[in-house]
Structure formats: C-alpha cells, structure tokens
Design a protein around this ligand. Structure first.
Ligand code: FAD
Length: 362
C-alpha cells in the first residue's frame, strides 16, 4: 500500500495543470493515467483532425505551446507538447494505471484502487475527462440495423465511408467536420439534428465564451449532469461551414423517429436508406470509479463549488462541467491545488481542554 497527500487521476490538460500547481504547493502527490503515453484524450483523436481545425489549444501553465504547423495532426502535436511538459517539470505520472474505484477509509483518507495496487491519499483531483464515455442515444429499432453504427470516438477518417450512404447524427462541431470529410467520398450523406443548429457569424468573443461557461455552471450548481461547453455554443460560421451550406451538404433534417434494418424513418414516414449511422452525439463525464463515494445529487450531477465537491471537500473535479475546455481545465487545476493545500495544511482544531468542556447539565 502506497501513501501520498493527493492522488491526481488523469494526465490530460486538467490533470497536468493540477500537477503543476500541486508541485508548487509542497504537497506530496502522484498522477495516475490509464493511457499508454502522454497526451490525454488527444492521442486518440482521429488522424484527419489537424491543428488548423481544432478550436485552439490553451497553453499549459508555465510553458508555451509553440504553434505547430496548421497541417500537423492534433493527435501528434498535442501529445508531443504534453510529453515535454511532463519531462520539464519532472511530474510523477504513472502509466498505464487505471483507477477502478475510490472509497472512504475509516481513518478519513481515500483508498484509490487501481490495476497496479492501491494508494491511500488525503485528497483527490479527478481529471478523467470524457473520452472514455462516448454517449449513444437510444432510438427504437437501433439493434435491427444491418449496417455499421459508430461514434465519433471510433472515427478514423473518411476512407471507411467511400461509396456508402451515411447518416450523421448530431449538431456540434464534430458532426460538421466529419460530415464535410465524408461527403467527399460517400455515395450520399444525410445530416440529422435534434434541434435546428444555429450558425453564428462573427468572432467568438470572451463575453460569448463566458456566457457559455455560465450556462454550464448553472446546471452543475443545480446538481444536474453537465453539458459540454461546446454544446451550449452556436456553430461558428467558418469558411468550411459556409462551403458546406453552399454545396448542400450542411442542410440539417430533424431527428429521425426510428431505425430500420436498411436505414432510418422520419416522423412523416419518409425512409432514408443507409449503410452507416455515425453518432456524433458527444460524451459524458467519466466518473464511474467515484461511485462508492456517493457524490451524486438527486438530479444525477455532482455539485461543485469551484472545483471542490460540495458533498466531500477532499475531492476536486477538474475538467468537469464549466472547466471542460483547455482554458477552463488550466484555471481549475490551479484552484484545486490551492484549495487542497489550504485543506490539507490547515492546523488541526485544538482538542477540547477539560476547563473548556461544558459541565454536564445537572
Ligand atoms: C474532438 C474534440 C475536440 C476538442 N477540441 C478542443 C479544442 O480545440 N480546444 C479546447 O479547449 N477543447 C477542446 N475539446 C475539449 C477538450 O478536449 C477538453 O476540454 C480537454 O482537452 C480535456 O482535458 P482533460 O484533461 O479534462 O481530459 P482528457 O484529455 O480526456 O484526459 C483525461 C485522462 O484521464 C485518464 N483517465 C480516464 N479515466 C481514468 C481512470 N479511471 N483511471 C486512470 N486514468 C483515467 C485518461 O486516460 C486521460 O489520459 C475537444 C474535445 C473533443 C472531444
């Protein structure tokens, strides 16, 4: 059994930012990460996601991310940057180590159970992101479909879709980007969204970003499962989007009603034949290993104040809800390290002396 002050689970942007600030706090800590190499979820992004097509990667604390070539794969460029960061700041990242559960110990510490033994800690930073929990909505008839169904997380590029009739589900940026790639090689594409997408002209200002984060924060404060920051923003009207609309590719249809063996059927009865359904339907927070701590509010979410879990101040969620972006994760890492230092270095309350003990009522 190994002991430390703080266990950080996850070595993506959120975990690395937390580790950087914990190092300065003087607390002892270790980072456990399930991936084989540095880069967090970025190492799994599809090969056609280039630095030119990501939203923008915020610098980790204390080290600039020198802009790689716009044509560089995000799955190569970001992990390379994270690797240099871990090395430069000599961060103790153990991998691949997968955490299966975090439980209470009778002495007030937390037991972190992994596939490489247990750790005991006084505090926890959970920075496990969302990539390992792709969200698949359920529609009637889904199991009868004879074609291929896959999620964005499984997408490896357009070549798999050559000559196929493809239905893309989802109104976010990933759906738009993948649809544009696939449309060049597919026999036909159909785009369906639950809500009509809103295209936004003009720059993504700081005020606009703050308003989006505030919407997510509101849900988290109410104890509801967070939606991603990206899901509450409109679709930027980029040159790619403008081209897709002009070419008739980005023309959304309302969500289909059911799935049949050879396609999908809309509310008006129209049948759309399909060989592939691609679910670009987002992700959920990967928090199953925290279930033994019973942190969830009745609404299904975990209520946090900043990054601190209201139900258990030893536990911080970084990269969760409003901090689920590279910039948000960065700031949240600093907040978590600061709060844990305050919690774990606070002097123990003085034991009640006999003189101050109230005399029992007669
Ligand atoms: C396709 C896509 C593109 C995006 N583009 C951008 C962008 O351009 N700009 C931006 O700001 N944001 C972007 N985001 C959001 C962005 O990815 C995240 O906000 C941020 O990178 C996530 O960092 P993270 O550290 O929270 O999670 P991750 O990078 O997912 O890291 C989590 C780490 O935790 C580990 N882990 C998970 N579970 C366990 C476990 N049980 N035990 C041990 N380790 C575990 C994982 O192995 C992983 O290494 C994008 C998201 C997606 C899906």
């Amino acid at each position: 059994m190994r002991e430390t002050d703080v266990v950080v689970i996850g070595a993506g942007q959120a975990g690395l930012s937390s580790a950087y600030h914990l190092r300065a706090s003087g607390l002892d800590f270790v980072v456990l990460d399930a991936n084989p190499g540095p880069g967090g979820a970025w190492q799994h992004r599809w090969p056609t996601l280039r630095m030119a097509t990501v939203h923008g990667i915020f610098d980790l604390p204390g080290m600039r991310f020198d802009p790689p070539s716009p044509s560089a794969r995000a799955a190569d460029a970001v992990p390379a940057y994270f690797a240099v960061f871990e090395h430069t700041f000599d961060l103790d990242v153990r991998r691949p180590v997968s955490v299966s559960a975090v439980r209470d110990e009778p002495d007030g510490r937390l037991r972190v159970t992994t596939d490489h033994g247990d750790w005991l800690a006084r505090g926890l930073v959970n920075a496990t992101g969302t990539w390992t929990r792709p969200f698949w909505p359920h529609y009637p008839g889904q199991e009868t479909f004879r074609g291929r169904q896959l999620h964005t997380a499984d997408y490896r590029g357009p070549a798999d879709f050559a000559g196929k009739r493809v239905v893309v589900v989802g109104g976010g940026t990933s759906a738009v980007q993948l649809l544009m790639e696939i449309a060049d090689v597919a026999a036909a594409t159909t785009w369906v969204t639950r809500r009509p997408p809103v295209f936004r002209e003009g720059p993504f200002t700081q005020e606009y970003g703050r308003a989006a984060v505030a919407k997510v924060e509101e849900r988290v404060r109410a104890g509801l499962p967070p939606r991603s920051v990206v899901s509450v923003t409109d679709l930027p009207l980029t040159p790619l989007v403008a081209e897709g609309r002009a070419r008739g590719i980005l023309v959304p249809r309302p969500m289909f009603e059911r799935i049949v063996p050879d396609g999908v059927v809309f509310a008006d009865g129209a049948h759309q034949p399909a060989d592939v359904i691609l679910w670009c339907t987002g992700w959920r927070a990967a928090l199953d290993h925290l279930a033994p701590l019973k942190l969830r509010a009745p609404g299904g979410g975990i209520v946090v104040d900043g990054t601190r879990v209201v139900a258990d101040p030893r536990v911080h969620l970084v990269g969760y809800g409003p901090s689920a972006s590279t910039v948000g994760a960065n700031r949240a890492g600093r907040t978590a390290a600061h709060d844990l230092r305050t919690l774990l270095t606070a002097p123990a309350p003085p034991a009640a002396s006999p003189a101050s003990t109230p005399s029992p009522a007669r």
